[in-house]
Design a protein around this ligand. Structure first.
Ligand code: SAH
Ligand code: SF4
Length: 345
């Protein structure tokens, strides 16, 4: 049997592993603290353990979940994209966005994506596989270590990198639970945001779990024909079913939902589209995040212009629906929303 990835283990799993190896419970707690409080990376770092136990640890579990193989900084140095290799040689990416007071991390949940949204580079590359919970956790710990060297901490994690998190529901949520552990990394649930392309049963399940994790839904269109042409998932769960599930989420959790809308010139950034959207969202506890489309190789649609984005926001504002037009980040290093892809150039 091959040894497990250390970050795939819950505390109870780790305890079982350690005690089966003839060590006391207390050692499991020391290892857990080392991993999640001290952010130690290699068995050698565990100086609180004996040398014998350290070498035992090498046999018991694998530590190199994600290996950074390329790092790219944007020209303003506020965005860093890291390409990681997984144990099976597939690759994923995670992006750090630095603001004055926030250090926001965007992480991946799958290598590739099966949803096939036409405007998204990850969708254009197809689905490779789900990440394990440990591979998701390891992306956060990697950046946490990096930031701690400069005296900073990760303040927010958006699950908006490669992949559809609700297609990999169990692993995504157990990664969040793991990082949330008050006796470990202790990262508050409210500081996570999961973005989904609209997997209706998963949204309802998530609502029923009544977690404090934030939810964002990628809407991009409210006409079924238009949305289906952009996002194949709409053929399975149409706009009405999706918005019903969103209402359900808000009712169950009392939390404000974010809708994402990539503004594509002449496609979904028109005054008519803005009016239709405003009509659909009327009275809903929500917020619209409008993101000028980022260019990708496989899609010919063009980004909105500043004027059109402002007009779009104006229509929503007038209807009482809060809307933010997001500044594009990391475009020069292909680290913007929907630009993460491996081996496409
Ligand atoms: N799979 C999830 C999360 C990852 S994508 C989802 O689709 O929600 C993160 C966000 O980027 C989504 O809102 C997605 O629709 C958006 N996006 C994808 N491609 C984009 C592009 N080329 N320009 C701008 N936003 C894009
Ligand atoms: Fe997948 Fe999200 Fe890209 Fe759609 S936008 S293909 S769901 S990663």
């Amino acid at each position: 049997m091959t040894s497990p990835l250390i970050y795939d283990l819950t505390f109870d799993d780790l305890m079982a592993l350690v005690t089966e190896a003839g060590e006391s419970d207390y050692r499991a707690r020391q290892i857990w603290d080392g991993l999640y409080k001290n952010l130690w990376q290699n068995p050698d770092d565990f100086t609180n353990l004996s040398k014998t136990l350290r070498s035992k640890l090498v046999e018991l579990a694998k530590f190199d979940a994600v290996t950074p193989i390329q790092k790219l900084d944007s020209a303003d140095r506020r965005t860093r994209k890291t390409l990681f290799k997984l144990q099976d040689d597939l690759s994923i990416e995670a992006v750090l966005m630095r603001y004055d007071r926030r250090q926001t991390l965007c992480i991946s949940t799958q290598a590739g994506c099966a949803m096939g949204c036409v405007f998204c580079a990850t969708g254009q590359m197809g689905f490779k596989r789900h990440l394990t919970s440990g591979e998701i956790v390891a992306q956060v710990l990697y950046y946490a270590r990096l930031l701690s060297q400069e005296g900073y901490q990760v303040t927010n994690v958006v699950v908006m990198g490669m992949g559809e998190p609700f297609h990999n529901y169990a692993n995504t949520l157990s990664a969040i639970d793991m990082l949330n552990d008050p006796e470990g990394y202790n990262f508050g649930a409210r500081r996570f945001t999961i973005s989904t392309s609209g997997l209706v049963p998963a949204i309802r399940r998530f609502a029923d779990e009544r977690r404090q994790v934030n939810l964002a839904v990628s809407l991009h269109a409210v006409d079924d024909d238009l949305r289906s042409s952009m996002m194949p998932i709409n053929k399975k769960y149409n706009v009405e079913e999706l918005l019903d599930a969103c209402h359900y989420y808000i009712d169950r959790t009392g939390r404000r939902l974010t809708f994402e809308w990539a503004l594509i010139n002449g496609v979904n950034d028109t005054p008519e589209q803005a009016r239709k959207l405003a009509q659909k969202l009327k009275g809903m506890l929500c917020h619209v995040n409008a993101i000028p489309l980022n260019p990708t190789n496989g899609y010919s649609g063009k980004s909105t212009t500043h004027e059109r984005a402002v007009a779009f926001k104006g229509t929503l504002d007038q209807a009482g629906i809060p809307c933010t037009v997001r500044i594009r980040r990391g475009i020069d290093i292909q680290a913007g929303c929907g630009q993460l892809a491996i081996g496409e150039d």
